[in-house]
Design a protein around this ligand. Structure first.
Ligand SMILES: Cc1cc2nc3c(=O)[nH]c(=O)nc-3n(C[C@H](O)[C@H](O)[C@H](O)COP(=O)(O)OP(=O)(O)OC[C@H]3O[C@@H](n4cnc5c(N)ncnc54)[C@H](O)[C@@H]3O)c2cc1C
Length: 260
């Protein structure tokens, strides 16, 4: 994560209040958009899907699995901060998509809870890249949680549509019992292990390590909290024998981050 991924800024107007984070994103070539809410659906008590039109975001833009953007949320102190969110079922023809919010105590959740059709939110697009490796891996090792479930689903869709049918072995960390009923786009030959979040994520890391086999030829994809992401990516390399280029990892959230 670049430094400007995490820090918060203040300012007199919404545009200006993006501060140096916004300026850095601009410098690196980010495109800015205003998204409009089209609808909201509670998938479970702890997981919310919101529909958007993209204000031109998807016009002429190639799509890729796990594609994400940065949404600008206003916190209790009137500061804006940007956080990553994944495009769900993006449709370039209508410039529309959904975003799924795993609920927690944060500015993003607060915004999502109250979002109504017609509401708008700022978004910046920069840094989202991923493609299925060539040649296609013989299998996939995937570790995530409810924040990365939208990305995992887009990955499973892409693996299926590529038609090579490589099986996926998935570890999913959950916090609420209802998380286990969330829709996952599994194929018959995929396997999933649910692990309750315990000891700040250590339970999932241990489950991954305990299942280690020689997985040469497979590809690892990891998106958890910062510490767990590092630990699982290391396990895929060291315990499963995957090369550095055969593991894609990105921390999706910071545990016990100071509230902003
Ligand atoms: C590339 C990318 C794609 C992402 N896609 C999605 C997505 O599609 N859906 C989604 O829900 N999230 C997604 N995330 C994660 C999301 O950006 C973070 O959860 C973010 O921290 C939420 O911001 P916030 O303002 O609500 O909370 P913050 O101000 O960042 O944090 C406030 C408090 O909430 C805690 N917290 C933050 N996130 C979580 C969490 N997931 N679980 C438990 N506690 C948490 C923090 O530790 C802190 O204590 C993605 C992240 C990245 C990097």
């Amino acid at each position: 994560m670049a430094d400007f991924d995490r820090l918060d800024q203040t300012g007199p107007t919404k545009a200006a209040s993006r501060g140096w984070q916004g300026a850095m994103l601009k410098l690196f070539g980010a495109d800015d958009y205003e998204l409009t809410v089209t609808g909201s659906e509670r998938v479970t008590d702890e997981f919310l899907r919101i529909g958007f039109t993209g204000g031109g975001l998807l016009t002429d833009r190639p799509l890729h699995p796990t594609m994400w953007l940065r949404l600008w949320f206003e916190n209790n102190h009137g500061k804006l901060h940007q956080r990553g969110y994944t495009l769900v079922d993006p449709d370039t023809a209508t410039d529309s998509f959904s975003i799924e919010f795993a609920m927690h105590d944060g500015a993003a959740t607060r915004w999502a809870r109250d979002a109504c059709p017609g509401d708008t939110i700022g978004a910046s697009f920069l840094g989202s890249r991923f493609a299925i490796p060539e040649p296609a891996p013989s299998g996939w090792l995937i570790a995530g949680d409810t924040a990365s479930l939208p990305a995992i689903n887009s990955l499973l869709d892409e693996i299926s549509s590529a038609g090579h049918g490589a099986p996926a072995t998935i570890w999913l960390e959950y916090t609420h019992d209802s998380d286990r009923s969330l829709p996952i786009r599994l194929r018959d030959h995929d396997t999933i292990t649910w692990v309750r979040r315990e000891r700040d994520g250590a339970a999932l890391v241990e489950a991954v390590r305990a299942a280690a086999v020689d997985a040469t030829g497979q590809f690892g994809w990891v998106a958890l909290d910062t510490k767990s992401t590092r630990a699982v990516a290391a396990s895929f390399r060291n315990d499963y024998g995957l090369g550095k280029k055969s593991v894609k990892s990105q921390a999706y959230w910071v545990p016990n981050a100071s509230q902003s």
